[in-house]
Design a protein around this ligand. Structure first.
Ligand SMILES: CC(C)(COP(=O)(O)OP(=O)(O)OC[C@H]1O[C@@H](n2cnc3c(N)ncnc32)[C@H](O)[C@@H]1OP(=O)(O)O)[C@@H](O)C(=O)NCCC(=O)NCCS
Length: 213
């Protein structure tokens, strides 16, 4: 089945949410809510969101980004809102926003934003997911950002090997010079040069093929 023949699901119908009261057993040594407690809720909700979208079992492949904007306090009501913002061939980018409500005043603060990559598994192997249909400008913005993020991550994976090859071929003194402020621009230029060569098609009809997404 090609990417375009897969059934599609609208992005604006993927939202799921959960609320939980933050109690003393969620606290860290400072008395605020432990980041790990919040991450556990994030991972669980990402699973629900992705599993509903693909109609099957999923695993977490990566917690791509977690921003801690503000602390969360014991006694607050935490509400997490998750949505699928990008669907690849077998993986989904799930965005989770976290809000903390001070119940007596009703004041709500956005405390965290997270992105988690979930992979649909069937018989233990990655399996296709539906296409994500973006009907609104906001959905398209989220989709484009997620797709760009994925390209950056893929690029960075190759970058480690290119950096290793560059630095291993140098004297210790030269490598030290390139790591300092005055040499870092030069290191970046050399790396860019290697990346451009690595990105060149290797020949043949599929040489420059990109992910269909
Ligand atoms: C996630 C996992 C299934 C990927 O398996 P794999 O053999 O690498 O599969 P593939 O190379 O075919 O990749 C499948 C998809 O996952 C994505 N993926 C794999 N590793 C990834 C990573 N580290 N970060 C982001 N995406 C990743 C690929 O880009 C691909 O997406 P696409 O099909 O939409 O293009 C496998 O690494 C795994 O089982 N990891 C452990 C999961 C786990 O235990 N999670 C915690 C408990 S739920």
């Amino acid at each position: 089945m090609t990417a375009d023949e897969r059934p599609g699901k609208p992005a604006d119908q993927t939202e799921v949410r959960v609320s939980e009261l933050m109690l003393p057993h969620h606290a860290n040594a400072h008395g605020n809510v432990h980041g790990g407690e919040m991450l556990k809720l994030v991972d669980s909700l990402a699973y629900v969101c992705a599993a509903r979208f693909c109609g099957g079992l999923c695993v977490t492949a990566a917690v791509d980004r977690v921003d801690f904007h503000e602390p969360i306090f014991v006694g607050e009501l935490l509400t997490l809102v998750a949505r699928v913002v990008y669907a690849g061939r077998t993986s989904m980018d799930v965005e989770i926003e976290v809000f903390a409500e001070d119940i007596p005043s009703g004041r709500v603060r956005k405390t965290n934003s997270c992105h988690v990559t979930m992979v649909h598994l069937k018989d233990g192997r990655p399996a296709p997911v539906p296409r994500l249909i973006c009907n609104t400008a906001e959905d398209r913005l989220r989709y484009a950002q997620a797709r760009l993020r994925r390209e950056v991550v893929r690029h960075q994976r190759g970058e480690r090997e290119r950096l290793r090859a560059m630095l291993e071929g140098m004297s210790d003194q030269e490598a030290e010079r390139l790591l300092r402020d005055e040499g870092f621009g030069e290191l970046r230029t050399q790396l860019l040069h290697r990346s451009e060569h690595a990105a060149e098609p290797q020949g043949g009809p599929d040489g420059g093929r990109t992910d269909a997404g």
